[in-house]
Design a protein around this ligand. Structure first.
Ligand SMILES: [Zn+2]
Length: 406
């Protein structure tokens, strides 16, 4: 009898968990253009020969898992470590990452194709392929030279995150005390040149003042490629409610970061205590050459990450949904998108969102919170397509004006 009661209870909680009709999730995903703005997979492709075509039991992104996650477009992030690489070395490494991405795309012509515009993403989707785009994470890789910025644009880079965790010579990061009080005059030139080139200005990682300066300078909407809400988790690189409102007022989109340390204060505190893991990772990074054979770094770091997960556990998916709900409440449903940070956050992602195949869980979660299908379609990628179109329009206008003035 007791057994029956328990099994009834289990059956009840199972239906309670899936109070949303599975067919509704499937129908929505068939229609959706799912675009993730921030994935750090290029380092694995370059350093370890990571094959996007195979399904892996490590990392978060590959073609089979993107297919399961109904992904239409993915921005691969070109990140270089500003603690270890000089700006010139960062430029070199970024070029290696671009080459690795382009060669990997060429290896899988039936599944992925290079894209640089909103129209390219939709065209790839029509052909049944996933659009791969590129974003440069950390403006120091342009080596304070607009000609380098233009060359990155020519190679297909479609956003630049103005800083990473260090200041550039022209922009302050959120991770350190300010030195430039935001953007320098040259920093403003970088933003204007990005507007002209049709590159999105990404304010994830920048200081609050750099954000305000970029917002004031840019003639196109800004994006945060991977940022969460500071009202819910007090990381300095998360966005305050005022920033969310200001970003939205100029048509921008905040793409929510899934990394648990940016979702929850308690998690961030517990992670900080794991000093042995951090020291070990630093030692591995220190003995890995900047160029040449770096193949041992990734596997060694993933072992440490497994220990981190064993010690920290995972946050429930609901914590990530809280961030989506908050950003929609403050910025509006037209200004929120996906910025997972997969392959860039020590494998620390919430339960049910462990890799890029898990989009259905996100969709179901948003439905359970009462979001309409149309609103979820906007969050999954509709808003990103819209902001890309606006950035492309501004670029066309600025180029036409420059032509008329010549
Ligand atoms: Zn980042």
């Amino acid at each position: 009898m007791q057994r029956l009661a328990i099994s009834l209870l289990l059956a009840y909680s199972a239906t309670a968990q899936s109070s949303v009709n599975a067919a509704r999730v499937d129908r929505l995903l068939e229609r959706a253009v799912v675009i993730d703005l921030h994935d750090d997979t290029p380092q694995m492709i370059l350093d370890e020969g990571y094959n996007l075509g195979e399904k892996h039991d490590y990392g978060q992104v590959d073609i089979p898992r993107m297919r399961t996650g109904h992904v239409s477009g993915l921005f691969l992030s070109l990140w270089t470590d500003s603690d270890r690489y000089t700006p010139g070395e960062s430029m070199h490494r970024a070029l290696q990452l671009i080459d690795a991405v382009r060669r990997e795309i060429a290896r899988h012509p039936g599944d992925v194709e290079m894209a640089t515009t909103s129209a390219d993403i939709l065209a790839a989707r029509k052909r049944g392929r996933i659009a791969i785009l590129m974003g440069l994470e950390g403006g120091y890789a342009i080596d304070s030279d607009l000609s380098v910025l233009r060359s990155f644009a020519e190679l297909g880079v479609r956003y630049v995150t103005l800083t990473h965790t260090n200041h550039t010579p022209w922009a302050d990061s959120a991770s350190l005390a300010g030195t430039h009080n935001g953007l320098t005059d040259f920093g403003r030139q970088v933003v204007r040149e990005m507007n002209r080139l049709g590159m999105m200005v990404d304010i994830s990682h920048v200081s609050d003042k750099t954000f305000l300066d970029a917002l004031e300078t840019s003639s196109a909407p800004l994006i945060a490629s991977h940022s969460s809400s500071r009202a819910l988790a007090n990381a300095p690189r998360n966005m305050t409610d005022d920033m969310l409102r200001a970003l939205a007022a100029k048509g921008g989109v905040v793409h929510i970061n899934y990394y648990e340390g940016f979702l929850d204060n308690g998690f961030a505190e517990r992670e900080k205590v794991l000093k042995a893991e951090q020291a070990e990772q630093n030692a591995i990074d220190d003995r890995t050459p900047k160029f040449g054979d770096r193949s041992q770094n990734g596997p060694a770091v993933r072992k440490i990450n497994a220990r981190r997960i064993a010690k920290l556990g995972r946050l429930p998916l609901s914590r990530l949904l809280d961030h989506f709900e908050h950003a929609v409440k403050v910025a509006g449903v037209d200004h929120v998108g996906l910025g997972s940070d997969f392959d860039g956050a020590d494998d620390l992602f919430p339960e049910g969102m462990e890799d890029i195949s898990k989009t259905p869980n996100l969709v179901r979660g948003l439905m359970e919170r009462g979001f309409s299908d149309e609103d979820i379609l906007k969050i999954l990628g509709g808003n990103t397509l819209r902001v890309m179109r606006e950035v492309e329009q501004v670029s066309r206008r600025l180029k036409a004006e420059a032509g008329a003035n010549r």
